[in-house]
Design a binder for this molecule. Structure first.
Ligand SMILES: Cc1cc2nc3c(=O)[nH]c(=O)nc-3n(C[C@H](O)[C@H](O)[C@H](O)COP(=O)(O)OP(=O)(O)OC[C@H]3O[C@@H](n4cnc5c(N)ncnc54)[C@H](O)[C@@H]3O)c2cc1C
Length: 289
């Protein structure tokens, strides 16, 4: 049995793990991949890096730092969380128990299963307008999506370019926030093509040259298993109090999973602040034994 299990090994999860481990507690981190940063090829707005760093490199550095301090990190996918006397965190491989759990699972980012989609992630395909819009100043962009989330990303992208076409990929338009006169293509998308980077979108009706593709399909969500155990969410964001605890005693959340600014600096700060209360609570629980 651990004092704390952290689900997610991105900036929020690892930041929390550093504080919790250094406070002398037994913490286990479970994460399945590189999270949002796995597809970020250039990070230029996070403190302390003289040169541009890739998202993958940043995550790997964080993981190595935590491991150096003795944090145990498992590469597994959590499939469910239950709370009885304590928390039970289940992966296909095992069930782990802890007094306290931190959800640092980031956002759920929905993609489409077409040729070129995986290949061009981070090479012209982005899931984050506020992060990558700057790199496409004055360029010709496609935005895939049809709901409120897509409308919000469109508004963000407008700061960088006028030339944006929305591709619904045959999904119904579920937002009333798209600006009037917006170029909208409702065709079925067949593939995304290019040499080293995205150059065009091919649909069932034609070809559309583009410099970049932003993806905002459905609602960005990270609260799938949280809702299953009665944790309150708002628009798929986990609701937390000022100590980062959810409505379920002992279950915390931090980073992109709780909404707000989707940036590394905020996720790292969330992780540290959540850790402060987790440490306090874990020590009280230990004394009570
Ligand atoms: C393309 C792109 C570019 C970006 N560029 C920038 C930038 O330049 N600057 C910036 O500040 N921010 C940038 N961001 C945003 C930044 O990546 C996020 O805000 C930040 O990574 C959020 O950290 P997090 O720890 O909350 O979530 P994430 O980094 O997404 O980490 C989530 C973690 O949870 C794990 N996880 C999720 N579900 C499960 C599960 N069921 N079981 C086990 N593990 C699970 C994942 O494997 C991962 O380890 C970018 C994002 C994207 C997508």
């Amino acid at each position: 049995m651990r004092d704390v299990i952290i689900i997610g090994k991105g900036p929020a999860g690892i930041s929390a793990a550093l504080y919790i481990k250094r406070a002398g507690l037994d913490v286990l981190v479970i994460g399945k991949d590189y999270g949002a940063l796995g597809t970020a090829d250039k990070i230029d707005n996070y403190y302390g890096f003289e040169r541009t760093i890739s998202g993958k490199e940043l995550v790997e550095n964080g993981i190595k730092q935590a491991e150096r301090l003795g944090v145990e990190i498992l590469n597994q996918e959590v499939v469910s969380i239950a709370k009885n006397e304590r928390f039970e965190v289940k992966t296909p491989e095992n069930t782990y128990e802890a007094n306290l759990v931190l959800l640092a699972t980031g956002k759920k980012r929905t993609g489409i299963n077409i040729p070129g989609f995986e290949r061009f992630k981070g090479k012209g395909i982005s899931f984050c307008a506020i992060c990558d819009g700057f790199f496409f100043r004055g360029k010709k962009l496609a935005l895939i999506g049809s709901g409120d989330y897509a409308a919000a990303e469109l508004e963000e992208l407008r700061r960088f370019t006028e030339d944006i076409t929305v591709f619904t990929n045959q999904m119904p338009i579920t937002t009333d926030k798209f600006e009037s006169g917006l170029k909208i293509v409702t065709d079925k998308i067949l593939s995304i093509n290019g040499q080293d980077r995205v150059e065009k979108i091919t649909t069932d009706k034609g070809e559309y040259p583009v410099d970049g593709v932003f993806v905002a399909i459905g609602t960005a969500s990270a609260a799938d298993f949280a809702t299953k155990i009665g944790v309150l969410t708002d628009n798929d964001k986990i609701i937390v109090d000022s100590n980062y605890m959810t409505n379920l005693e002992g279950l915390y959340a931090a980073g992109d999973a709780i909404g707000g600014l989707s940036q590394i600096a905020k996720a790292v700060a969330d992780g540290a602040l959540a850790a402060v209360d987790i440490i306090k609570k874990a020590k009280i629980l230990k004394k009570g034994k």
